[in-house]
Design a protein. Structure first.
Length: 119
C-alpha cells in the first residue's frame, strides 16, 4: 500500500514508533508478546487527539513514559491524563529513569493495574 494513501495519524504513529527512546524500547521489551498478565499492548496508539506511548485496548490502560521535558509541561500532561481518564482509560505515568533503574517495580505496577482492570 502506498504511504500516501495512509491516514496521517497512522503515518505519525509509525514515525513515533521508529524514533523510540531507550526507555520506550525498554518498556516495549517488558510488555510485548503478552508478557504481563497475558495482555496485548500496542505502541504509539492514536486515542482521541493524542498518541498514547503504550496502550492495552482490552483493559483500557495507557502507559506514558516521561522524560525531563515533562517537568516543564506538567499542566499539559495533567490535562491529557484527565481527558483520557474521562474517556474511560486508566493512565499510568512513569519517569524514564524510574523504568530504566527499576524495571521490575514498573512491571509489577503494570501487572497489578491490569489485574484490577479485568473485564
Amino acid at each position: 500500500m502506498a504511504r500516501a494513501n495512509l491516514n496521517p495519524r497512522t503515518v505519525r504513529a509509525r514515525e513515533l514508533r521508529q524514533s523510540s527512546t531507550d526507555a520506550e524500547k525498554a518498556l516495549w521489551s517488558l510488555v510485548r508478546n503478552r508478557k504481563i498478565a497475558g495482555c496485548k499492548f500496542r505502541r504509539q496508539v492514536p486515542i482521541d487527539r493524542f498518541f498514547a506511548d503504550f496502550a492495552c485496548l482490552e483493559r483500557r490502560l495507557v502507559i506514558e513514559l516521561d522524560g525531563g521535558q515533562h517537568a516543564e509541561q506538567a499542566p499539559y500532561d495533567a490535562a491529557r491524563t484527565a481527558s483520557l481518564e474521562a474517556a474511560g482509560w486508566t493512565v499510568l505515568r512513569f519517569w524514564n529513569s524510574q523504568l530504566l533503574e527499576h524495571p521490575e517495580g514498573v512491571a509489577r505496577t503494570i501487572h497489578e493495574t491490569l489485574e484490577l482492570a479485568r473485564p
